[in-house]
Design a protein around this ligand. Structure first.
Ligand code: URA
Length: 299
């Protein structure tokens, strides 16, 4: 029995805790729902169907140029990677690239008027395959009126179980770092670039990140903080469109455009990296002190 428990512990530690079933699942294959969403956008009948308020028409989505960014969208975001490389299943005709799903995400995210709306929109959104394996939507934690917003990459196992960002070991470290500058979760707002846990904690694919990007952009817009802190390179690269590595990028104040306003933005090491490389905590300490000064400076 102890051997069996030890084996299960080993599996858990290795990240083998995504749902398991009798049938072999090809996780690379797009979900049927996603394929249907693309099909809806592709077929003229779909364009003629009634459209939910504020979601625009399918035709509109189709007419968007591939790299379309609405003017209200913040961030000099990077060009969307090439996604959707041909047919992958009998229901996937390959005619409509995943760009259509990305456009749909943009339309839906920009139509939300509050954080509650945005959460509901994400709960209903079926365009990202990560939702199929995740146990919960990890939307946010903290205070929506906070002056500072922290953004990580994607939830891990503990976050998925609790439905809250940064509650595992890296979250506990983040809490200690916040405390060191006199803050706690009631004074900050915390979210992730991708709100669903990738199976086995793998890195989100560029396509998954692109699909989720409009939602986190809208979330920042709705929180409208004075300062944005990117935890790790992934969120900074996704939202600022910068290509530098975190060593080069961290500690330098940049700006992130939110509804026509240039918001102070800083990238720092991800707490998970600090757990593996504790010597780097001294640099993070500097970054956190810098956040504290920036908040005082901005009054
Ligand atoms: N790492 C992240 O980037 N986000 C979390 O919520 C947890 C770990």
């Amino acid at each position: 029995m102890r051997h069996l428990e030890a084996l299960l512990d080993f599996y858990l530690a290795s990240g083998v805790d995504a749902s398991l079933g009798e049938d072999v699942v090809d996780w690379f294959q797009l979900s049927e729902v996603q394929a249907k969403a693309r099909q809806q956008i592709a077929t003229p009948q779909a364009a003629a169907q009634p459209v939910a308020p504020g979601q625009g028409s399918s035709q509109q989505v189709r007419q968007m140029p591939p790299q379309h960014q609405s003017p209200s969208q913040p961030g000099s975001a990077p060009a969307a990677p090439v996604v959707g490389a041909g047919p992958r299943s009998p229901t996937d005709h390959g005619a409509i690239p995943d760009q259509a799903v990305i456009s749909m995400a943009r339309e839906q995210a920009s139509s939300t008027g509050s954080l509650a709306d945005l959460r509901a929109c994400l709960e209903a959104f079926d365009g990202c395959n990560l939702k199929r394996t995740a146990k919960s939507l990890v939307f946010a934690d903290g205070n929506p009126d906070a002056r500072v917003m922290f953004i990580g990459e994607a939830p891990g196992r503990d976050e998925d179980l609790q439905g809250k960002p940064f509650v595992g070991r890296s979250g506990q470290l983040l809490d200690r770092m916040l405390k060191a500058i006199g803050l706690d979760r009631s004074q900050v707002y915390i979210a992730n670039t991708v709100p669903w846990r990738p199976p086995g904690n793998r890195t989100p694919t560029p396509q998954e990140t692109e699909i989720c990007r409009p939602f986190i952009q809208r979330q920042i817009e709705l929180v409208n903080p004075d300062v944005v802190v990117f935890l790790g390179a992934a969120s900074a690269k996704t939202l600022l469109g910068v290509q530098d590595g975190i060593r080069k990028m961290r500690g330098r104040w940049m700006t992130y455009p939110v509804a026509g306003r240039q918001v102070a933005a800083l990238a720092t090491y991800h707490p998970a990296y600090l757990l593996r490389s504790p010597l780097e905590k001294r640099l993070s300490w500097r970054d956190f002190l810098s956040v504290k000064s920036k908040l005082s400076e901005l009054g």
